[in-house]
Design a protein around this ligand. Structure first.
Ligand code: GLN
Length: 431
């Protein structure tokens, strides 16, 4: 991205200061923006050949609000193509290294945003999270990453993946930085341009230091014992639970009985929504257009064949099949039913606990190419996906370096819908 945008924003802040105007809360703070968010004056590529030369035609509400709060937009951040993935390896253009070990992935799909914050290139970054794409890369890069409750942050101007699951949120190096970003993102109130956006009238800094005495922290025994959870992550999350207890919180066991269905349900619902959203890339209206075609049908089919990478094709083919007659009833309807059951499980758990503490990722950052089987990668989404399915908020908080790998490990705090401020109070206590 050209530096002009950041320089112009900095010049405006200088002019305001010279004129004696009060400066906004994030004046001069460098910001990275995931490349699925529109920002006038930049391309929005979604890390896809399909949108390689696509110029943003307006600015997304989430980005505009960060700019209004004074942030300097220093770059668009790399990602998995159209946000499909957990490693940023499916980007059509760049490899993003994990700053802690350059041979390892930063996580994904918002891997560029997480890595930019971890490397100190920016202070804040925006990501989007459909099934973990903020919380998992935050965990693998050792930064704080928050997926707010669905509807808390506007999706206007963010290229859609799964519209009922997508949510924008911030990355920062501390919980307080993330609270400041949340104030900027939600402060002006609901966005009339996104019909699912809701008012979120809280000051995220207000109760940050309140502590957790007398609060109830839910632990799901099955999740602490899940296949694939590495001993170092389990040990770190268990230590975080003990620390919350030592600070006066009460640990309570809660069950999420239908969680077994979460990954399967997500990998039905996500591809179905993606198939429908990505139908707009037809080789005519947006993006890559195959030259020299004899018919419109050929143009559409070849543009899609050459514009999309392997994972984007896999998801769309899966979605197309899942929504076809005879198949739809068996899988899509079943997944919607599982969604209701999982949402009810969380509601029941929040009768007993104010938040739930769990890992964000079952393991620390993996090597490039290590998860070459897509199913293996999908299964690693165990701790993040059900939160998008239920629509509530989650925040991933770094807990230092793992005893075995020496790489960042994190815990995740998950809370009831629109209790996102509360989540940050707990996050602050384990930080
Ligand atoms: N890893 C999940 C997927 O591949 C989540 C992606 C996301 O949240 N955008 O779909």
């Amino acid at each position: 991205m050209a530096p002009e945008l950041a320089l112009a924003a900095a010049a405006r802040i200088d002019a305001d200061r010279a004129a004696g105007k009060p400066l906004p809360a994030l004046a001069g703070v460098p910001l990275a923006v995931k490349d699925n968010m529109m920002l006038t004056g930049t391309r929005t590529t979604c890390a896809s050949r399909m949108l390689e030369n696509y110029e943003s035609v307006y600015t997304a509400t989430c980005v505009q609000r960060m700019l209004d709060a004074g942030c300097l937009p220093v770059g668009k951040a790399n990602m998995d193509e159209f946000a499909f993935g957990s490693s940023t390896e499916s980007s059509a253009f760049h490899r993003t290294n994990n700053p802690w070990d350059l041979e390892r992935v930063p996580g994904g799909s918002s891997g560029g945003s997480a890595a930019a914050v971890a490397a100190g290139e920016v202070t804040l970054a925006l990501g989007s999270d459909t099934g973990g794409s903020i919380r998992q890369p935050a965990a693998l890069c050792g930064v704080v990453g928050m997926k707010p409750t669905y509807g808390a942050v506007s999706r206007y101007g963010v290229v859609a993946f799964g519209s009922s699951l997508d949510q924008v949120g911030p990355f920062g190096r501390s919980v307080a930085d993330v609270a400041l970003a949340m104030n900027a993102l939600t402060g002006p109130g609901r966005d009339p341009r996104d019909s699912t956006s809701q008012d979120c009238p809280v000051d995220f800094l207000e109760h940050l230091e309140d502590g957790v005495a007398g609060r109830r922290v839910g632990i799901v025994p099955a999740l602490m014992d899940a296949e694939g959870l590495t001993p170092e992550v389990r040990a770190a999350v268990t230590a975080a639970a003990k620390s919350l207890e030592a600070q006066g919180a009460e640990l309570v066991e809660v069950e999420l009985p239908n969680l077994d269905a979460a990954i399967a349900a997500y990998y039905v619902l996500g591809p179905c929504e993606a198939f429908s959203n990505l139908a707009r890339f037809d080789g005519v209206r947006y993006g890559y257009q195959e030259p020299g075609c004899a018919s419109l049908a050929e143009q559409s089919s070849l543009s899609r064949a050459h514009g999309f990478g392997a994972e984007a094709k896999r998801r769309q083919m899966l979605g197309a099949w899942l929504l076809s007659s005879g198949v739809y009833e068996k899988y899509y309807l079943a997944a919607q039913k599982a969604r209701t059951l999982i949402t009810r499980d969380y509601a029941a758990a929040y009768e007993k606990a104010d938040v739930i503490l769990m890992p964000a990722s079952p393991r620390t950052a993996f090597k490039f190419g290590e998860m070459s089987d897509p199913t293996q990668m999908y299964l690693a989404d165990l701790y993040t996906i059900s939160i998008n399915i239920a629509g509530n908020g989650g925040v991933s908080v770094p807990l230092g370096l793992g005893a075995d790998s020496g790489l960042p490990v994190s815990a995740q705090l998950v809370g009831p819908a629109f209790k996102d401020r509360d989540l940050l109070t707990f996050a602050r206590a384990v930080e």
